[in-house]
Design a protein around this ligand. Structure first.
Ligand code: MN
Length: 209
């Protein structure tokens, strides 16, 4: 329907059951094929016939987000955030980051454990639906923050601004089937599947030495 739109609906980088038992297959399937698909389809519908259909980079849309309709903000955010999220997890994930990222986490948070604790608390206390983020901020520091709904730190109207290197979806649709109302258990499980290689790549792209 929209061959001229440059944004693609990308494949999930692993099978639905690849992150079991931490993230269950049924949740992954519904999350990817229903929720993520709906954000993508609605985003495409919202930009079709507007100047935004010529864009090929979400960051260029997000930096002027306040100029565009709510449908672009909510669905464009949902499309982009979920693309990040799938890639920030891996069946070979877990453990700890290494190298320069590990040193920068220690420098900015005191320790890896302090960072994960702060991130987990931020994710657990995000009221309602939203995301928790580890970002590189404008002062080139690592920072933990959260955004409501499908906002993200690349949006000009976000309170939390910077380049996201790790993100966690804390909408109930991301965990309710397996964890029900126990969001902290889902957050704890998430650390077992974090793809630190991908986080490192995003860190290297942004963080100045
Ligand atoms: Mn989601």
């Amino acid at each position: 329907m929209s061959h001229h739109i440059k944004f693609q609906f990308e494949d999930l980088p692993y099978s639905f059951d690849a992150l079991e038992p931490h993230i269950d297959a049924r949740t992954m399937e519904i999350h990817y094929t229903k929720h993520h698909r709906a954000y993508y389809d609605k985003f495409v519908a919202a930009i079709e016939g507007t100047e935004l259909q010529e864009f090929d980079c979400m960051k260029d849309i997000f930096k002027n987000m306040s100029k565009y309709p709510a449908a672009v903000r909510n669905n464009g955010g949902g499309y982009y955030n979920h693309n990040l999220f799938w890639n920030m997890m891996s069946p070979d994930g877990g453990g700890k980051p290494s190298g320069e990222l590990a040193s920068r986490i220690e420098a900015d948070f005191g320790s890896f454990e302090n960072m994960t604790e702060k991130f987990s608390n931020t994710a657990a206390t995000r009221f309602g639906s939203g995301w928790a983020w580890l970002i590189v901020n404008s002062e080139n520091k690592l920072e933990v923050c959260s955004t409501p709904n499908q906002d993200n730190p690349l949006m000009d109207l976000s309170d939390c601004k910077g380049y996201p290197i790790l993100g966690l979806d804390v909408w109930e649709h991301a965990y309710y089937l397996k964890y029900q109302n126990r969001r902290p258990d889902y957050i704890k499980a998430f650390w077992n599947v974090v793809n630190w290689d991908e986080v490192y790549k995003r860190f290297e792209k942004t963080a100045k030495k």
